[in-house]
Ligand binder design. Structure first.
Ligand SMILES: Cc1cc2nc3c(=O)[nH]c(=O)nc-3n(C[C@H](O)[C@H](O)[C@H](O)COP(=O)(O)O)c2cc1C
Length: 257
């Protein structure tokens, strides 16, 4: 249809990369793409942290044992960031002005975290697409939300900065960029009009129709008797997810304090 649409259809997560550095021009394009993303109130409630090689090696373990992190030429952590604005508000005498006017000085709460996460994630996806346009593949690492205490120390994060996602980038090994064959659920399981629609058993069967053979081939987790049980034990009820819940709870307590 057009180049942008083709690019979106062909993108897939890439976890192995050509042994070639991402040069400074390419890096500037990736970060520049992120920074052109829409941002709530044009406040840019995020920061982008480039990870050093020794940090990458540590992240392999702290992000649920994913060795390809250390081999990615460029790894960026997208930080939901309210700290910058609150440092500026403080510097600008906002707390004193609030006292003078007898209004509450509002410090970041859950909503600020949500909005900053929106900003950071939208910026991250712009970076992914910008990279893709230069045949630089990428893969998100959601596990950066785990081990909050370790990552906080590793990156020197203040209270109102949370690492919402990390992305690995590297030159693609793909020979041609054709539409990704990785299945998605059918649109009518995802796209509703006007009101939310909960799915019934038949709709769920249709939802997994395109994935069932692939899932059967890759095998189910031990003890699981159907797809629902398989996914629960592999993802939602797994050790890494439990750690993520613990870690995010600690970070949120810190944030809303
Ligand atoms: C928020 C988020 C977190 C993810 N975390 C990981 C991860 O930790 N490790 C990984 O290999 N892939 C990760 N992925 C990539 C997904 O597994 C991938 O997007 C999904 O399987 C669909 O495949 P595709 O991107 O190739 O279409 C993540 C993707 C997103 C959006």
């Amino acid at each position: 249809m057009n180049e942008t649409f083709d690019l979106l259809m062909a993108r897939r997560s890439e976890r192995a990369y050509a042994g070639k550095e991402i040069n400074s021009v390419e890096k500037a394009h990736i970060i520049g793409s992120a920074m052109r993303a829409p941002t709530a109130g044009n406040m840019m409630l995020y920061s982008i942290l480039e990870v050093e090689q020794e940090q990458k090696e540590r992240l392999v373990t702290t992000c649920d044992n994913q060795p390809f992190i250390a081999k990615a030429p460029l790894v960026l952590v997208f930080l939901a960031d309210m700290q910058r604005w609150f440092d500026y508000y403080t510097l600008s005498g906002v707390p004193e002005k609030c006292r003078e006017l007898d209004v509450e000085f509002e410090t970041p709460k859950e909503a600020d975290l949500m909005l900053a996460c929106c900003d950071a994630l939208i910026a991250a996806q712009n970076a992914v697409i910008g990279a893709e346009a230069m045949q630089i593949g990428s893969c998100y690492i959601g596990d950066i939300m785990e081990n909050y205490e370790i990552h906080r120390e590793m990156f020197d994060l203040p209270n109102w900065v949370f690492p919402i996602t990390m992305v690995c980038f590297g030159h693609s090994l793909r020979k041609e960029r054709k539409p990704s064959g990785i299945p998605r659920f059918p649109q009518d399981a995802i796209h509703f009009k006007g009101k939310y629609r909960r799915l019934d058993a038949d709709s769920f069967e249709l939802m997994f129709h395109d994935r069932i053979n692939r899932l059967k081939k890759s095998g189910w987790v031990k003890g699981a008797e159907n797809i629902g049980q398989h996914f629960y034990f592999k993802k939602t009820g797994s050790d890494f997810f439990r750690e993520m819940r613990r870690s995010v709870k600690v970070a949120m307590r810190q944030w809303v304090k």
